[in-house]
Design a protein. Structure first.
Length: 177
């Protein structure tokens, strides 16, 4: 299970151009508008600083009723997508852990086009992103995020989806212990 006007304030030279979420919407019908909530801006700025990631990033809302986040590439820019429930249910530390997890995918190369074509998303890649986020941010916050995701998986509409999500999250929780 896999978030700003830009990762950096708009006066920085590597800020994402205005409304990059519009480009993300062209790739995913669930993508919404940019998220400019200061909690998100502050958390992502801290994660970007510690991660050393230097490409422009925009944070977009994902329209779905679950706790979810994603990250992807839009040409030279990247986006992080967050659901409203992530903002509503996660503490500041947990929000930073989620953003750290998504940025870890970028730093680890999990979202580069060549990687995506040659590799399927697996629990191993999620565990690697969890571990890097836990190192950058806070292990306890990352563990708390995973516990909340596990509870949230119980509301997924399809039984097979619920089962797969629970198995993956349990493996990720165990890997962080």
């Amino acid at each position: 299970m896999g978030f700003l006007v830009g990762v950096f304030p708009s006066f920085c030279t590597n800020a994402a151009p205005a409304d990059q979420c519009q480009n993300a919407r062209a790739h995913g019908k669930n993508m919404g508008t940019e998220i400019t909530d200061p909690r998100v801006t502050n958390a992502l700025t801290a994660v970007v600083e510690i991660s050393g990631f230097r490409r422009p990033v925009v944070v977009c809302e994902i329209s779905m009723p679950y706790l979810n986040a994603t990250v992807g590439r839009l040409g030279r820019h990247y986006y992080v997508g967050l659901t409203k429930s992530v903002l509503a249910e996660f503490t500041d530390a947990e929000l930073q852990a989620v953003l750290g997890h998504e940025m870890a995918h970028l730093v680890l190369g999990h979202r580069d086009p060549g990687f995506e074509l040659a590799n399927r998303r697996t629990t191993r890649y999620e565990e690697a992103a969890d571990a890097l986020s836990a190192r950058w941010v806070d292990r306890g916050a990352m563990q708390s995020v995973l516990r909340k995701l596990r509870v949230n998986a119980s509301i997924l509409p399809d039984a097979a989806m619920r089962n797969r999500a629970t198995i993956e999250i349990d493996a990720r929780i165990k890997a962080l212990q």
